[in-house]
Design a protein around this ligand. Structure first.
Ligand SMILES: O=C(O)CCC(=O)C(=O)O
Length: 285
């Protein structure tokens, strides 16, 4: 049923308090998304913004790819990738156990990659993004299989005016590859800087319009995808082996510098028919 059954809204939690994670996951399952305000500590938020400021400053809005992707990307939007190569603060957040719990729960413990860790800065005058499901990155995505889950970490306040993510709660249950979104079924993920929007790859959403004249809405769009899928971002070409060697093992893994080796048995992404991590640990050259 692709119709609203109640007012479109997302449940909210407060990261400064003790969170009942069963409640978080039941909101995730029911609505396809939820907000944890104050997820990132003020100190980590400050370091993220400091470390990423020059990258964003040096980046031009818009996309190099013509056609559909120009609109999807956003003409007034900056998208910066390769963050793990330069930001220790991002590496720290990437290892956050509460964030990783989402991947472990929905995709299997340690059985997923960072799909992309992408700083999205929506600029003044940007129009609303095409509404989509993240799972449609992979054309054979099935309605009954969970292949991707995402967090958007707010680096600035997200407001209705500056482009807070538009989301249709409950659309994770809607039938069809990309059904129409009826009027009245969406809400905006407004949240203070430091908050996290966690959502299901099946939920229909998109960046909001930025109707301000001078505010940039910045967040890190950081999804996980199953280890048997090709990730959107090619982390192994942007993070050097030298940098990778200095990262914590769980971050090495989620960036694809270690192989996919699920409990069920398969092994993918090998080097010399062994775990790619051997390249990092010095047993291979
Ligand atoms: O920036 C946002 O709020 C959402 C962006 C998004 O969904 C995307 O680019 O895939």
């Amino acid at each position: 049923m692709n119709q609203p059954t109640q007012e479109a809204t997302l449940q909210r939690f407060d990261g400064r308090e003790t969170i009942d994670w069963d409640e978080v996951w039941s909101a995730f399952d029911a609505d396809g998304g939820l907000i944890i305000e104050h997820f990132v500590s003020p100190d980590l938020l400050r370091r993220l913004n400091e470390e990423l400021a020059s990258l964003v400053g040096a980046h031009e809005p818009g996309s190099n790819t013509e056609g559909f992707w120009t609109d999807f990307h956003g003409r007034q939007t900056k998208r910066v990738t390769g963050l793990a190569a330069v930001s220790d603060a991002w590496v720290e957040l990437l290892g956050d156990e509460r964030y990783r719990a989402m991947g472990d729960r929905y995709l299997g413990e340690g059985e997923y990659w960072l799909n992309t860790g992408q700083l999205i800065s929506i600029g003044p005058g940007e129009s609303a993004q095409y509404m989509h499901r993240d799972e449609l990155n992979w054309p054979r995505a099935r309605r009954d299989t969970q292949i991707t889950v995402t967090a958007i970490f707010a680096l600035t306040d997200f407001t209705e005016a500056n482009g807070a993510t538009v989301i249709a709660p409950g659309s994770n249950h809607w039938e069809g590859a990309l059904p129409e979104v009826p009027a009245g079924t969406t809400t905006q993920a407004t949240m203070p800087a430091g908050s996290a929007l966690l959502y299901d790859g099946k939920v229909i959403h998109g960046g909001g319009a930025n109707t301000t004249t001078n505010e940039w809405r910045a967040g890190i769009h950081a999804g996980f995808c199953c280890g048997w899928l090709r990730a959107e971002e090619n982390h192994q070409l942007t993070v050097s082996l030298e940098r990778a060697r200095a990262l914590p093992p769980d971050v090495q893994h989620v960036l694809g510098f270690r192989s996919y080796s699920p409990k069920s048995g398969a092994r993918l992404g090998l080097v010399d028919y062994d775990d790619a991590g051997l390249l990092l640990d010095g047993e291979q050259t």
